[in-house]
Design a protein around this ligand. Sequence first.
Ligand code: ZN
Length: 453
Amino acid sequence: MSTLLVRNIHTLVTMNAVREEIKGAAMLVRDGVIEEVGRGADLPTTAEEVLDLKGRHLVMPGLVNTHHHFYQTLTRAIPAAQNADLFGWLKSLYPIWARLTAEGVRASAQMCAAELILSGCTTASDHLYIFPNDATLDDEIRAVQDIGLRFHASRGSMSVGASQGGLPPDSVVENESEILRDSQRLIDEWHDNRRYSMTRMTLAPCSPFSVSPALMRESAALARSYAGVRLHTHLAESKSDVDYSVATFGMTPGRYAESVGWLGPDVWHAHCVWLDDSGIAAFARTATGVAHCPCSNMRLASGFAPVRKLRQAGVPVGLGTDGAASNDATNLFRETRQAFLSARVRDLDAAAMTAHAALEIATLGGARVLGRDDIGCLAPGMAADFICIDLDRPELAGACHDPVAALVLCDVGSVNYSFINGRRLVDQGQLTTAELPRLVETVNRLAAHMVQA
Ligand code: ZN
């Protein structure tokens, strides 16, 4: 048994059912689970571990990232891919990604997990869909476990190469029966569906233009034969993506997803920039989720996802940074700010998204999209995944009128403390589980090798 007391909290943002914000708060954690939340005077004054925030910090639930490709950290800012749209960008990067190795998977996963945690994320989903050389998803899962991030690993796949009408070159696609065999092996090896689980599995054929309808159907059947294994893919990301679906399947992306059994409360799709009204209605009816990735959608000139419409219809929406080759940042606090800003530009309406709504999407929204009822809010019985932001930092100077909205309105890109499962992962702004300079050096060495080879 271990206890942790966080005391003298300036403002505690609970994200509970009534969105309570408590001034002068404290929080008691036992064995990684929140036991009590309330005014400091009403809570115990000591515990085995005590963090005294001296009345200067805001505490809130950790942010949840619902879409990423960690391996792409090795191919950030590639000159040939800087000014291309989705299909051109992919075609220029596939040959470079074909040089990915197990060492590259491990180093990029640790780098991304570190960046995510330092920028407020406590749970992340990652989508690895290319397995050349000796690369495996096992390498990624072990690497993330070493850093301590709560993790939803997606076994991605590509099976339709250019010779069969797909976008990727034949050299990077896999055989479909091998994909399904490895998917089952990974679920049996890693999937933990218990409450407070640190590792869960998702099956994630990559996109309509890189896998067959048969693989979509069979992946769904396999995932649904287990409790808590979810389904994830890319959908309606760009106009070319929609054109491909119409030309190849004779259907819009929304209808295609429905035709292969990819609607339901256990499914979430990345992007959905061009999901039409009937697609939005189908998502709402079936509680199918969306990972909203505003930076990537702007970077690749894909467009602005209809976030207000999706949320008003009742579609679960979470936030995603997307891969580090199309963002090219891995900073979930800054992504929250971009979601807030881009929603307003999209609708030419300053009321299109409030700062509080952006924080809700980044926490509770992500938890719902990942099918979790044990994270995203700070209340008794929830996992102790929380972040602390020093309100005396320069970028928040003068924002004392509304420190919660200021987290989005001002440019807060980092946290001072982060706890995941009750474990201190960031202490006074420093990650406790990795040596960053050594990690950066390894990532740079591997990135240079991949591009120069
Ligand atoms: Zn993506």
